[in-house]
Design a protein around this ligand. Structure first.
Ligand SMILES: CC(C)(COP(=O)(O)OP(=O)(O)OC[C@H]1O[C@@H](n2cnc3c(N)ncnc32)[C@H](O)[C@@H]1OP(=O)(O)O)[C@@H](O)C(=O)NCCC(=O)NCCS
Length: 231
């Protein structure tokens, strides 16, 4: 079984390790449209780029994504298309991971809703009843306390402890996390990140059947039989 990965930098290679651990053969593709060979039209793929904005831009119709999780993941999540869960992550009840959102190794998630194209770096703890918007980046080792909402396009700095809601597009750092940058507004189109083509014409997954499946077991990640098995 082959798992195509669009993007052959560091993040793509991390995904390749997960794909291999899951028992499939990774095939790397350059994500640069000038240099990269086109992904064959009939294959499903993962976007192997860490930046949420770039991932949203690469998420174009044409190929259908697959999802994959490391076999050492413990717990169950309802995952979208192209979702990835890294090694040793522990998932508690009521966790939803959106389309092309990647959760790194060693995270702990409980009662959390993660939107589309998010990057949750390794070692992040999300305490529960947390809502994370689209295209959010959460840095390594951050903690997000319960009952917090993180707006679209926000950035949470490495090691930060988020105790309060984070506005869309803001960067927060520290303990407790405070806003250091608010996203600049650009005219009538709203914040800069809202002008991305993906925001105005998102990939429409309705009617796409069977691609929210684990590459290896074919089950929805929600009920994949090898979730919880040790690597
Ligand atoms: C939050 C982050 C994106 C900010 O980057 P940036 O916009 O370039 O900001 P700067 O580096 O200019 O820092 C701005 C200020 O915030 C502080 N700061 C930056 N990141 C911080 C963090 N994580 N915790 C505490 N303070 C931080 C800086 O010290 C600086 O303070 P100063 O103005 O008093 O000197 C970046 O620092 C970060 O944490 N990235 C995450 C890295 C990561 O987890 N990668 C994943 C690997 S898998």
């Amino acid at each position: 079984m082959t798992g195509f990965i669009l993007g052959n930098g560091g993040h793509g290679r991390d995904l390749a390790d997960i794909v291999k651990a899951a028992g499939a053969v990774p095939a790397m593709h350059d994500d640069d449209p000038e240099r990269g060979e086109p992904v064959p039209a009939d294959v499903s793929y993962l976007i192997g780029v860490a930046g949420p904005q770039t991932r949203a831009q690469l998420d174009r119709p044409g190929n259908t994504p697959y999802s994959v999780h490391h076999p050492s993941v413990i717990g169950h999540a309802a995952c979208g298309f192209g979702a990835v869960i890294g090694a040793g992550t522990v998932i508690g009840p009521e966790v939803t991971i959106g389309n092309h959102s990647h959760v790194g190794a060693g995270c702990t998630l409980t009662r959390t809703t993660i939107g589309d194209h998010c990057q949750i770096a390794p070692g992040v703890d999300i305490a529960g009843d947390v809502t994370i918007g689209d295209r959010v980046f959460v840095g390594v080792g951050a903690t997000i306390r319960n009952l917090v909402t993180i707006g679209d396009g926000a950035v949470v700095g490495a090691g930060s402890v988020v105790l309060h809601d984070v506005p869309a597009g803001a960067t927060v750092v520290g303990i407790p996390a405070k806003v250091i940058k608010a996203r600049r507004w650009v005219g009538e189109h709203g914040p800069e990140y809202m002008t991305l083509p993906s925001a105005s014409a998102p990939h429409d997954y309705r009617g796409v059947v069977g691609t929210d499946r684990c590459l290896v077991c074919g089950g929805r990640l929600l009920d994949a039989p090898h979730v919880g098995r040790q690597a």
